[in-house]
Write a protein that binds this ligand. Structure first.
Ligand SMILES: *[C@@H]1O[C@H](CO)[C@@H](O)[C@H](O)[C@H]1NC(C)=O
Ligand SMILES: *[C@@H]1O[C@H](CO)[C@@H](O)[C@H](O)[C@H]1NC(C)=O
Ligand SMILES: *[C@@H]1O[C@H](CO)[C@@H](O)[C@H](O)[C@H]1NC(C)=O
Ligand SMILES: *[C@@H]1O[C@H](CO)[C@@H](O)[C@H](O)[C@H]1NC(C)=O
Ligand SMILES: *[C@@H]1O[C@H](CO)[C@@H](O)[C@H](O)[C@H]1NC(C)=O
Length: 574
């Protein structure tokens, strides 16, 4: 649902961006007192991996660092950056690790982690046996003895170094381009996969023609070209009738649009990226693509996924089911979700929804803001939660926008909020991937570390405080009830409106019936998001409820599907 993607992008970057804050200031040098929670997590993560790689391979810290860099791909200059980080910080990290300092001590010593005045000291691992103060003093002493290296003095300087210019440029543009919401609707579709390309919405089939894009009603029955990109076009030579007319007329095609948060976009950090015992040359192959999709994997998500699941579960996404039901729906999907999205900020990217009221087919819009209205990282998260009144007002604005953009005959389905209390219940005494090797980091510790740094994606639920967890659940339920009330009382001209509970408990039970454990449905690295299996089970549950309660939303089975396959094969794929 929120923010965590920053951690990984930022981890290596902040190592580079804040080298000055990384060392005790000498008397004649100004100290740059800047440290953020993400920098600290990034450092602890990287140092932990180095330490554990050394342990797993019985090697020196130096060899472990080189091993880690050798695993990284060349793309996005990841490997180069890694060697550079080793060059700058390696000797300090080696000295500290060789003196048996753990990642918390190393990162505090290098000042990636800081204890601000009046704030608690944040640590992931159990505190060192000797008092913190002594451990830190000892560590600082070790560093002081080593010779000082020359570092650039500020964030902006770092990108002016010739050998870093390229990666700075690439990462900046990747981040900038990640919100490429252009004015012309057809320009929102792309022939590229990442940076909000076809991993996110149906692939464009003719980038030169603005009037050709997935989801539109066919132009002149697509006799001459595929104007709606569904792979069906041309004229049957036997009778002179356009295929699109023959196979799709009256089939009531429709698209699927998800208005979601990071759960909808499928936020995912593969555990093999941080698990030393499983790390190999293949571990990071997906890293460059994942980074340019903001660590989201919409192509395998429950709502709009179109690739085969990597988790081995056989359930299809909602989009694939709509396609199987009617092949005329091919490529008509849009994943309009964003990490951190909530009812309160949806407006900022709702414009990126692309649907022409006059030219396009109706759409099924799923509104799934399942947590960020109650989730934040504040020390006292309750005052920052959305109130039912605020939710009501923003949701009504959203619906007005949809009513003026969706073709008549569309459908909007609200998903209720999740009850995240299951996170603590299922995970708190299990080991986090960083803690599995030495059995020293549970999710309770991991959650508390994130909350201490005030970067928890959901302090309310990822907390040992039972009262707080209950308050968060209570607010989530109030907000769900507000959505339910809107769905039953409001009418719109261009769509009908439905409400469905986010029934995680039901899919947990389904998973247990199949012999699984509830914790296996949660992303292991962030301990927060539903994982791929959970998303596909949710899609399955969504579909079954639709079929039972409101089958007209899904449209009819197209009797020509097998003929479409015969003539057009995979319809151009995705
Ligand atoms: C680890 O390496 C050291 C030095 O190379 C060696 O003495 C020791 O036996 C090794 N331990 C294991 C468990 O392989
Ligand atoms: C997905 O899986 C099916 C059946 O398991 C297979 O036939 C198909 O080729 C796979 N598709 C892709 C894109 O891998
Ligand atoms: C897909 O989801 C992401 C979530 O990060 C969102 O930002 C994006 O707008 C969505 N879809 C498209 C087509 O951009
Ligand atoms: C929208 O479609 C419904 C039937 O689905 C129809 O009754 C209604 O008149 C249409 N509204 C407009 C404005 O075309
Ligand atoms: C638990 O959370 C509640 C609600 O935010 C708060 O009032 C209380 O002080 C917290 N208890 C502890 C021990 O932090």
């Amino acid at each position: 649902m929120k923010v965590c993607w920053k951690i990984l992008i930022v981890a290596p970057l902040f190592f580079l961006a804040h080298p000055t804050s990384a060392f005790p200031a000498h008397n004649d040098q100004p100290t740059i007192k800047h440290s953020s929670g993400h920098t600290c997590i990034g450092c602890v993560l990287v140092v932990s991996v180095i330490e554990q790689l050394a342990q797993v391979h019985n090697s020196t810290a130096q060899a472990a660092m080189e091993r880690l860099c050798s695993y990284l791909p060349e793309k996005l200059s990841l490997k180069t950056t890694c060697y550079l980080v080793v060059h700058i910080f390696g000797s300090h990290i080696i000295k500290l690790l060789s003196a048996d300092m753990n990642a918390d001590v190393v990162c505090h010593t290098l000042e990636f982690c800081k204890q601000d005045p009046g704030q608690p000291l944040c640590h992931l691992y159990p505190p060192p046996k000797e008092a913190w103060k002594f451990a830190l003093e000892k560590a600082r002493h070790i560093i002081k003895k080593s010779q000082t290296l020359k570092y650039p003095r500020s964030d902006s300087d770092i990108c002016s170094l010739p050998f870093l210019a390229k990666i700075c440029q690439e990462i900046k543009s990747a981040i900038k381009n990640s919100v490429p919401f252009k004015d012309v609707d057809s320009d929102k579709y792309s022939v590229f996969s990442t940076l909000r390309g076809y991993h996110w919405r149906g692939r464009d089939c003719n980038d030169r023609d603005k009037m050709a894009y997935p989801g539109r009603r066919p132009d002149n029955w697509d006799a001459h070209q595929d104007s709606n990109c569904n792979g069906i076009w041309g004229v049957d030579p036997k009778d002179g009738i356009p295929y699109e007319k023959k196979f799709c007329e009256g089939s009531q095609p429709r698209g699927i649009i998800l208005l979601g948060d990071s759960a909808g976009a499928h936020f995912h950090i593969p555990p093999e990226w941080i698990t030393a015992s499983q790390m190999s040359l293949n571990s990071f192959l997906s890293l460059p693509t994942a980074l340019s999709d903001e660590l989201n994997w919409p192509q395998v998500s429950g709502a709009t996924g179109f690739q085969n699941s990597t988790s081995g579960i056989k359930e299809d996404s909602i989009y694939l089911r709509l396609w199987k039901r009617n092949h005329c729906n091919h490529r008509d999907y849009q994943n309009i979700s964003k990490n951190g999205a909530s009812s309160q900020n949806l407006q900022s990217f709702l414009e990126s929804l692309s649907r022409n009221q006059l030219l396009d087919n109706p759409a099924i819009v799923i509104y799934a803001m399942i947590g960020n209205d109650v989730c934040n990282g504040k020390t006292d998260p309750v005052p920052a939660m959305t109130t039912p009144e605020k939710l009501y007002s923003k949701v009504m604005q959203t619906l007005k926008h949809l009513n003026s953009h969706l073709p008549n005959g569309s459908h909007v389905i609200f998903y209720g909020l999740a009850d995240g209390a299951f996170l603590w219940d299922h995970l708190h005494n299990r080991y986090h991937p960083l803690g599995q090797l030495n059995k020293d980091v549970t999710y309770a510790q991991f959650y508390s570390f994130l909350s201490c740094l005030q970067v928890s994606p959901c302090h309310g639920w990822m907390s040992a405080n039972k009262t707080l967890r209950a308050l968060t659940s209570e607010r989530a339920e109030q907000l769900s009830n507000t959505l339910k009330k809107i769905a039953t009382s409001k009418k719109f001209t261009n769509f009908d409106l439905f409400y469905m509970d986010f029934a995680f408990q039901e899919i947990t039970e389904e998973w247990q019936r199949r012999g699984g454990q509830p914790w296996q449905l949660i992303e292991p690295v962030d301990g927060f998001h539903p994982n791929e299996v959970a998303l596909l089970l949710l899609a399955d549950q969504f579909w079954k409820k639709m079929q039972l309660q409101w089958p007209k939303i899904l449209g009819k089975e197209n009797p020509f599907n097998s003929q479409i396959e015969d003539v057009f094969g995979d319809q151009g794929g995705h």
